[in-house]
Ligand binder design. Structure first.
Ligand code: F6P
Length: 308
């Protein structure tokens, strides 16, 4: 997100605008925690994960009173446009402000990659690379000790991270919320992998799956004698959201952030800025909020066929 903050700021200043940053997201907007941002002030931040402005969940912002307070704080400071960098919740809030008449541009940013209106969101490439490094490292023990491992990745209700981590990491089984699976099917895939002469077995599970790490592990434990597997479980959790962003993420964030400033300065509003194909695009909130992004099931089947 920092590369996006830098790009929004510098591009807007380059075009003659003044820029302010809001601390702690919508909570800071309601509490009037707004500070001026300068071109120099956003220097040397693109390599840092997270956001220098901070972020928090905010229940008050879901209410009309909270949203009106946020708008009042902006207009009191003569701030006439807002860029919202975030995922589904943030963009739903952005749409609400937009419906109150504020010019808003959203920038697609979440490791879940569950936003419609963009192929990829800021952060997902970094999270994926972290998951992949963990998978590669676990494979060392898995192969040397002939053991089975399960890695759970984040993603909320979206299987994108799990699918891509499994595809890139050569998982023997991938479990995602969008495609029904059960522990017996997973056990069969692992057993088949051994029978085909593999020295290890690896399952990648997306946290939102009905059989997540906890439930799969409990099932395998309960039926250990019959299934003949004990899973070594690693839940990557927030590890995936930390550390330095990849080059891809910094470039994506830079392009989306700069485009958000351009769109607003050119009079386009009520849009999510994303990337579709190789193009930076603006999708009206009305066309993307509340829509579900489908999982690429072709890639799921490709991963399965390559695990054989
Ligand atoms: O939406 C991003 C995400 O990291 C999800 O993948 C995860 O389920 C959730 O946020 C974790 O939220 P929190 O940091 O509040 O526990």
């Amino acid at each position: 997100m920092n590369a996006a903050i830098r790009a929004v700021t510098r591009r807007a200043i380059f075009r003659g605008a003044e820029v302010a940053g809001v601390r702690r997201g919508y909570a800071g907007l309601i509490a009037d925690e707004i500070l001026p941002l300068s071109a120099r002030g956003v220097g040397r931040i693109s390599h840092l994960g997270g956001t220098i402005l901070g972020s928090t969940r905010c229940d008050e912002f879901r209410t009309a009173a909270g949203q009106n307070k946020a708008c009042a704080n902006l207009s009191k400071r003569n701030i006439d446009a807002l860029v919202v960098i975030g995922g589904n919740g943030s963009q739903a809030g952005a749409q609400a402000l937009s419906q109150l008449g504020l010019p808003v541009a959203g920038v697609a940013s979440t490791i879940d990659n569950d936003l419609c209106g963009t192929d990829l969101t800021i952060g997902v490439d970094t999270a994926l690379n972290i998951a992949l490094e963990a998978i590669d490292r676990l494979k060392t023990t898995a192969s040397s000790h002939h053991r089975a491992f399960l890695v759970e990745v984040m993603g909320r209700n979206c299987g994108y991270l799990g699918l891509m981590a499994g595809l890139a990491g050569g998982a023997d089984a991938i479990v995602v919320p969008e495609i029904e699976s059960d522990p017996e099917a997973v056990a069969t895939e692992l057993r088949d992998a051994y029978d085909r002469g593999k020295s290890h077995a690896l399952v990648v599970v997306a946290e939102g799956s009905s059989y997540n790490a906890e439930r799969l592990n409990a099932y395998f434990d309960q039926h250990r004698d019959r299934l003949r597997f004990q899973l070594g479980v690693t839940k990557l959790g927030h590890v995936q959201r930390g550390g330095a962003p990849t080059a891809f993420d910094r470039i994506l964030a830079t392009r989306l952030g700069a485009a958000a400033s351009d769109y607003l300065l050119d009079g386009q509003k009520g849009i999510l800025v994303g990337m579709q194909g190789a193009q930076i695009t603006a999708t009206p909130f009305i066309d993307m909020i509340g829509r579900e992004k489908p999982l690429n099931s072709e890639l799921f089947h490709l991963a399965r066929s390559l695990a054989k």
